[in-house]
Design a protein around this ligand. Sequence first.
Ligand code: IYR
Length: 290
Amino acid sequence: MALFSSLTPVIIAVICICLAVLWSSIKKETGERKVKTEERTSSRRWADEDLGDETELMVDENAGDFLEKDLEVQHIPYSAPRYSEDEMICRANKFYQQMNARRSIRFISEEMVPREVIDSIIRTAGTAPSGAHTEPWTFVVIEDPETKHQIRAIIEEEEEINYKKRMGKKWVSDLKQMRTNWIKDYLDAAPYLILVFKQTYGILPTGKKTHYYNEISVSISCGILLAALQNAGLVTVTTTPLNCGPRVRVILGRPANEKLLLLLPVGYPAEGATVPDFKRKPLDEIMVFV
Ligand code: IYR
């Protein structure tokens, strides 16, 4: 008993030290987590809040995919045209030259473009590969002048905030060479606006359908769309309207699973259109051959 009572202050001291160590490690960990979150939000203050890729949240083993999963898909023979080596080289070079002439054009003529060309271009974009063949894209084509104007009003309002607040000094200064600002005449002038939405998930009668790799799938389809426009002799400028998605989606009556990825004004170049005299990196700077 005497031994116990003489040890009591020692035991209490040990317990106090343990508690203090535990408390400081908890505080340190939560502090670090807070700093990390703050860093993330402050360095990404310009990031489009509407564009989060929710694929990882959507992979639900019990979701409503089973209807489609049970459908048996036949595999059929595939064949491709086979060219001679000379012809292949010639075709590859010709296509490169055609694509190398593509530029982002911010001066677009009001001249009308046949609707059939646009249909064909969207069909072409829809040939892109997609995660599990989910085809997670919606292309909204706007021809109606009033709707184009409403879109312009939203974009210009948000872009003014982007340029003045969200993008920050460095970004705005990096863009000086392009002579851009928040005024977007081409949104009224272009005969068509193509708005590309990624579907973060699909909607089945039985529930939500997982759209794997939806952002990269839609991005690939955008590349094909740009090539198709170039092939038809049309121009555009790839615009990513930061933080405009939700308002634009509401105006167009699109559902919440669709997020605006790209907005393309499409038409012929306006007379007197200019472009910055940019050069492309040579092959040895973009290709590593092993
Ligand atoms: N979306 C803005 C800003 C902009 C951003 C980049 I990165 C560009 O390459 C060009 C413009 C705009 O369209 O003005």
